[in-house]
Design a protein around this ligand. Structure first.
Ligand code: PMP
Length: 289
């Protein structure tokens, strides 16, 4: 029995899980999504992800046909049907089937898709050694044009940046905003440590407000570490004592060097490792439902 994919209330074998070529999600990237983790049978920060999805949908005038609780249950049912206790969940809401014109309101009904899969993490050694990142030339979308806080199906901005990283042999790409300040990475948020304080770009830098970012800020504060959401310049990255990235899939991953320049000693820093341990304790300690 292969994986089952949820589409609008039904579960289909992977090969039969299909949507129309007239879906505006395909035609225009018109839709929103979430990437969620399930640890030991419990969906991590489920409500936060569902809330962000509804916020993204509201920002593009997309109506989700289920209530938040119904959608949460659909995620849980899909996990059960796939017999998965540790997984990566992709929750997608597309605009639905319509005509070839842009008009989203011609589309019949939004489509809800839930794909569950096993998680592909960065290789273990990168968590021990830190990864290589570059600062990419692709500028993060201007928040007044298409806000990075909307987790939309239109990820071309990030994909262009990702192509630069792949061609450069780097694991992640750090994107600057139109003002030249640090925004975030192609699929992760960024943090630095300087003089035992933690810094991360604020929402106004034009970022996706990561759920992992919020968890890490809380964990750091719990530990008595000051966290400052402040504009960061490229130079702040090179002068940092530590640098790490956060994301649902990556969790917390240290950065060893940026553009070939070592961050401090070029090995994961103390605060990074401490937070990484705390994050793992938090997620791994989840009891089953
Ligand atoms: N920024 C971008 C552009 C992302 O795609 C992601 C991954 N969803 C993140 C940041 C991290 O967000 P989260 O911690 O919610 O996964």
């Amino acid at each position: 029995m292969g994986p089952k994919v949820y589409i609008n209330g039904n579960l289909y074998p992977k090969e039969e899980a299909k949507v129309s070529v007239f879906d505006h999600g395909l035609l225009y990237g018109d839709g929103v999504f979430e990437g969620i983790r399930c640890y030991n049978g419990t969906v991590f920060k489920h409500s936060e992800h569902i809330d962000r999805l509804y916020d993204s949908a509201a920002a593009i005038s997309l109506e989700i046909k289920l209530t938040r609780d119904e959608l949460k249950n659909a995620v849980l049912d899909t996990l059960k049907a796939n017999n998965l206790r540790d997984s990566y969940i992709r929750l997608i809401v597309t605009r639905g089937e319509g005509k070839l014109g842009l008009d989203p309101f011609n589309c019949e009904e939004s489509q809800i898709i839930i794909i569950t899969d096993t998680i592909q993490l960065y290789p273990k050694e990168l968590y021990e050694k830190g990864l290589d990142a570059i600062i990419v030339r692709t500028i993060r979308n201007h928040s007044k044009a298409l806000s990075p806080s909307i987790k939309s199906m239109n990820y071309l901005n990030n994909i262009l940046a990702k192509i630069e990283c792949i061609n450069a042999g780097a694991a992640e790409g750090i994107m600057l905003n139109t003002e030249g300040y640090v925004a975030e990475c192609t699929g992760d948020n960024i943090f630095i440590v300087k003089n035992n304080e933690i810094f991360t770009p604020p929402a106004s830098a034009g970022i996706l407000i990561g759920i992992t970012r919020d968890v890490v800020i809380d964990l750091a504060k719990e530990d008595g570490i000051t966290v400052r959401e402040e504009q960061l310049a490229q130079g702040d990255l090179f002068n940092a004592d530590e640098c790490f990235l956060t994301g649902t899939a990556a969790e917390i991953i240290p950065v060893a060097n940026i553009d070939g320049r070592k961050i401090a000693t070029g090995t994961p820093g103390k605060i990074t490792l401490r937070l990484l341990n705390k994050y793992q304790e938090l997620t791994r300690s989840h009891s089953s439902v």
